[in-house]
Ligand binder design. Structure first.
Ligand code: C5P
Length: 227
């Protein structure tokens, strides 16, 4: 299995002037925890890390210090996540049939989740990890009033990994680029192309580290895991 890790964002919502993935949790950069989980997956053999060129030295340091055994490649990212993944897809080795996309910011995903998503790609060509929502979700209008309360039983919070047949995902990204679609995850491109996307049970702890509170929760979960 080939894995692309979009890691070319900033730290704006974290209140950081640099890439939030370089902030440390328990002495290791956030991105190192993400890579460590991928490294422990039995299914993944190749990992493309998509970053901004100014972060490459630090990304390479992470790889050198942790001494990984899989094949790694650093790939130049873009201005948006969508553009970063698009560039990652162009850099996949030509023998890649399936790809998992996993946000670098989700540093708590377990190796088991990578393996379950990889295995599920044997029986479908597009999937995402997701979990049911716990809160009642409101749709709110521009004036700040509730417009709708969707039935909670049908609501799932999208996570990554998201897994696809490479040809299919490239086709949807190309179409999205040509038609000017702007999306925040890859599954949304397939939805717009009316291609079915399967749900794989995600993990409640698989948070996307976005704000300082997320960072504190991640530190707690990782220290519990380490005993
Ligand atoms: O900002 P947010 O956390 O939603 O971004 C999701 C993931 O996409 C992060 O891992 C981030 O590094 C990545 N990203 C990217 N290229 C961008 C913007 C975000 O690879 N231009």
């Amino acid at each position: 299995m080939h894995l692309l890790i979009p890691a070319a964002g900033s730290g704006k919502r974290m209140g950081s002037s640099s890439n939030k993935l370089l902030l440390e949790i328990l002495g290791l950069p956030l991105l190192a925890w993400t890579i460590k989980a991928a490294e422990q997956s039995q299914q993944i053999e190749w990992v493309g890390i998509i970053g901004q060129a100014y972060d490459f030295d630090q990304f390479q340091n992470i790889l050198d210090n942790l001494g990984f055994s899989k094949k790694y490649q650093l790939i130049q990212g873009g201005k948006t996540r969508q553009e970063s993944v698009y560039r990652g897809l162009q850099s996949l080795p030509s023998n890649a049939k399936h790809v998992l996309i996993h946000d670098g910011a989700r540093c708590l995903a377990t190796p088991n989740l990578f393996d379950r998503c990889s295995e599920a790609l044997a029986s479908c060509s597009a999937l995402i990890a997701a979990i049911t929502v716990k809160d009642t979700i409101k749709v709110v209008d521009a004036q700040g009033f509730i417009a709708e309360t969707p039935n909670r039983e049908q609501l799932w919070a999208a996570q990554t990994p998201q897994g696809f047949s490479v040809d299919l995902l490239k086709h949807c990204h190309d179409k999205g680029l040509a038609l000017g679609w702007e999306v925040t995850d890859d599954a949304a491109l397939l939805e717009k192309c009316q291609i079915p996307v399967k749900i794989v049970q995600g993990e409640e702890t698989n948070l996307k580290i976005t704000t300082p509170v997320d960072l504190a929760i991640a530190q707690y979960i990782l220290s519990e895991r380490l005993g």
